[in-house]
Design a protein. Sequence first.
Length: 238
Amino acid sequence: MYKYQQISEKIRKKIVNGNFKAGGVLPDQNKLARDFGTTRITIRKAIQALIIEGIVYTKRGAGTFVRKDYMQNLDDMGNAIDKPLGTTHTHPNKKVTSKVLSLNARLPTNEEQSSLMISSTEPVYVIERVRYIDNKVYSYEHTIMPTAVAEITEDVLHHSIYQYLTDECHLTITGSHRIVRAAKATQKDVEAMGVEKDEPVLVIEQVSYLEDGEPFEFSESHFPYQTNQVTADIDLNV
């Protein structure tokens, strides 16, 4: 078990025992790091694990809070950690294909640095592709991934990235934190998916994690409203 997992378990026990109250705010990450004799980066990974489990949530500028319904999420923990299996895995009996729109590398933005826990000098891939199921448009994906995670080629993008990471790169994907919202189709959606401008689309923002707690993917996927079903865990920040 990684150290961040051990600390995550200790924080979880403090929540269950009432040391950290439902609806209350956790000590800041610097204090938690001192209390547990570790680094702030390890504390951040531990908190991210609790976010994925639906036990805590963060408010920018206000801190990390214990969910009021955390006991229900603890009871459902087996389902709370939803592995980001990808389109190919979730549609095993259908033909899944991809159209690669772009594959580039650049330095990360401030938001990407924060979400992926990387520095301003660590380059990232910028991946755009359209996914099809049985030759019908399923989604438009915009993905940011640190180049240090794996070598990504256009050939990889025509297949399953997650399968490549697990089977070829021997990485273990453990979970993801998602926010689901509705939006109006942008000009990029029009060009990528052939939808009408301002039509409703489903948007899933996702940060996915490896076994050691490192974020490896910061993505935003858009789905036409005609898409029948999308499975995701929802963070309402309440």
